[in-house]
Design a protein around this ligand. Structure first.
Ligand code: ADP
Ligand code: MG
Length: 592
């Protein structure tokens, strides 16, 4: 019998714990692990930068509900992959990072890509281990995988020295098999507390359910839908909590968000943190006397910013909501006599009509809202939201914020964005992860017309640039991802759509002195991002008008390889940051 290599044992353990896909970039010494994994039937997706690969693995973990796995080289590979570690921790996405490292006997001698990765990552992961021997590989991989996943999901790290990867075992009896890791245990709430909280909810004058991405991750949509249906309580999804209940549901308070926060008195929070995204639960955004009932798998989260830890429940959202539903019985919130509900619907109609008028602007270059409404309308005709056939990935400050309300979703886990860490650069990796999760091996066994999903990425031109080379990764693996680059030539607002003005701005002088040339937010003038797709074997479109955008959207949807639609939009609008120079530039434009 041929001797077993460390690389083979590692790959076999990954297969045995349940890994079917690895995201990463190979090099010495991990290329053998990837090759062995491929031989064992695991899919390896090779990226162009470890950062994007690590983001992809974390999103794959979120979408499939099991840790995503990323394989990188040591030293610089680990440093690039740390981006994914931070992103996974911040979002509570399960991620297992595996990295090669220099030979054990060369430690401290200045070896190839030498880095003390365990010291570095111990502080930033739930578990970081280096197997001390070939025999220990199954336990180490199994426990790191399990730890990154169970409890609140996060990251785990395994350091794999070159001598271990290349090492051999002659006696196959010596090595134990890694056991498959089943879903983690799930807990609920005790009866006394359940009764007390059910009473509190029933006594609310202005109740609100906040639905976070933890609820989407928990796959608790069925019971949450029943709960809201039964109780009539208005709900508010967070950006990635969208779709747990369809956006079109009448109890959705998303377009009356400010009113909901200001008036709600009892707030049931299902898998969302009271962090910056929810304004820390603080007044004046929130009603100062709001009582928060946090439901979270993490005990440490309970009481953080809620002001009342006693009302919190540590448990699985699916189980807890089903308990709450039975405890509440047939009671439902009376919406007819509620001034809160009246305020919500008034705010909804007002905000929705403002949004509609923004979307119908006929200016050229198009605005964000106008361009998004054309894309949305075109896609809706091909694949209506109810079918759940499209996954939206969105990043870039304005692109993400403005698109959020324009693209409705009817099912959970169909919208990924920059997330808790506000990470720009995640989009292309996330799109690849979504393609793999919905159209790859993880999707096998799923049935119905919506199984195969189209992945649509809405990217700001700045956000796109962080990982633009992953377009080649998409093309190489035949991923028919449709990418829109919202091109305003800059970070946030962009500078100008007028070539001459733009040029002047770069070289403008005041009293003969240069004013600093390029702004910090400037990007290149009408960069031909679509050519990147063409260069890699995909399709590219540059569009300036609604008609061109509609056609490119249709073609891109039908496209069988990666498509980049470069959408030239109005510069100088939509910016959140107010700079003195921006006001000046805007005035200048208006005076023309
Ligand atoms: P959002 O960004 O949507 O506001 P967060 O990432 O802030 O959501 O919060 C998600 C929360 O969900 C985390 O605190 C996480 O611990 C929690 N969570 C994840 N899975 C479960 C589960 N199965 N049951 C309960 N809570 C969960
Ligand atoms: Mg931009």
């Amino acid at each position: 019998m041929a001797p077993l290599t460390g690389a083979h044992i590692i790959a076999r353990c990954l297969r045995d714990v349940g890994v079917t896909v690895i995201f990463g970039i190979v090099g010495i010494p991990v290329v053998e692990i990837a090759e062995e994994a491929i031989n064992l039937g695991i899919r390896f997706i090779g990226f162009r930068n470890e950062q994007a690969a690590s983001y992809a693995a974390s999103a794959y973990g979120y979408l499939t509900g099991r840790p995503g796995v990323c394989l990188v080289v040591g030293g610089p590979g680990v440093l690039h992959g740390m981006a994914g570690i931070g992103n996974s921790n911040a979002n509570a996405f399960p991620l297992l990072l595996l990295a090669g490292s220099s030979e054990t006997h060369l430690v401290s001698r200045g070896a190839f890509q030498e880095l003390d990765a365990i010291s570095l990552l111990s502080a930033h992961t739930k578990l970081a281990l280096r197997p001390p021997s070939l025999e220990s590989i199954p336990d180490v991989i199994q426990n790191t995988y399990r730890t990154s996943w169970y409890g609140r999901p996060g990251s785990g790290f395994v350091d794999l020295p070159a001598d271990l990867i290349k090492g051999t075992l002659t006696d196959t009896e010596e090595i134990a098999e890694a056991a498959p890791v089943p879903d983690g245990p799930k807990g609920g709430v005790d009866e006394a507390k359940l009764f007390k909280l059910a009473q509190l909810i029933k006594s609310a004058k202005a109740p609100l359910v906040v639905i976070g991405k933890g609820a989407a991750y928990a796959r608790a949509e069925i019971v949450i839908r029943e709960f809201v249906q039964q109780t009539n309580i208005p709900f508010l999804p967070t950006p990635m909590g969208k779709g747990v209940i369809a956006d079109s549901h009448p109890a959705n308070a998303a377009s009356a968000r400010s009113t909901a926060l200001k008036e709600a008195d009892v707030v049931l929070i299902l898998g969302a943190r009271l962090n910056w995204i929810l304004h820390f639960g603080d007044a004046p955004k929130w009603n100062p006397s709001a009582q928060f009932i946090q439901v979270d798998v993490s005990a440490e989260e309970i009481g953080r910013n809620s002001g009342n830890a006693e009302l919190g429940i540590v448990g699985d959202i699916g189980i807890v909501v089903s308990q709450l539903k039975s405890a509440i019985g047939t009671w439902s919130y009376s919406t007819t006599s509620s001034s809160y509900v009246q305020h919500l619907s008034a705010a909804k109609s007002k905000n929705e009509s403002t949004a509609a008028s923004k979307a119908s602007s006929s200016k050229l270059p198009m605005t964000y809202a106008h361009a998004f409404s054309i894309i949305e309308r075109t896609l809706r005709q091909i694949s209506p939201p109810e079918n759940g056939g499209i996954v939206y990935v969105s990043e870039g400050a304005n692109t993400m914020d403005i698109s959020r309300s324009i693209f409705p979703v009817s099912h959970p886990r169909l919208r990924l964005d920059a997330g808790t860490y506000a990470t720009m650069g995640v989009g292309l990796g996330y799109a690849i992860a979504a393609h793999e999760a919905y159209n790859g091996s993880a999707a096998e066994g799923q049935s119905g017309p919506a199984r195969r999903k189209k992945i649509v990425a809405l990217e700001g031109d700045s956000a796109f640039g962080f990982s633009a080379m992953e377009v080649e990764t998409m093309a190489r693996y035949g991923m028919d991802i449709l990418i829109f680059v919202m091109n305003n030539g800059g970070v946030y607002h962009g500078d100008s759509n007028d070539a001459e003005e733009w040029l002047n701005m770069q070289t403008k002088t005041k009293d003969g002195a240069r004013q600093g040339g390029l702004r910090s937010t400037s990007l290149g003038w009408e960069v031909g991002y679509e050519k990147l797709a063409e260069a890699c074997g995909g399709a590219g479109y540059v569009v300036r008008t609604p008609e061109e955008l509609e056609k490119a959207t249709k073609d891109g949807y039908e496209g069988r390889s990666v498509t980049v639609v470069n959408v030239i939009i109005e510069a100088g609008q939509g910016g959140k940051l107010e700079f003195g120079w921006q006001a000046g530039a805007g005035n200048k434009k208006k005076s023309k």
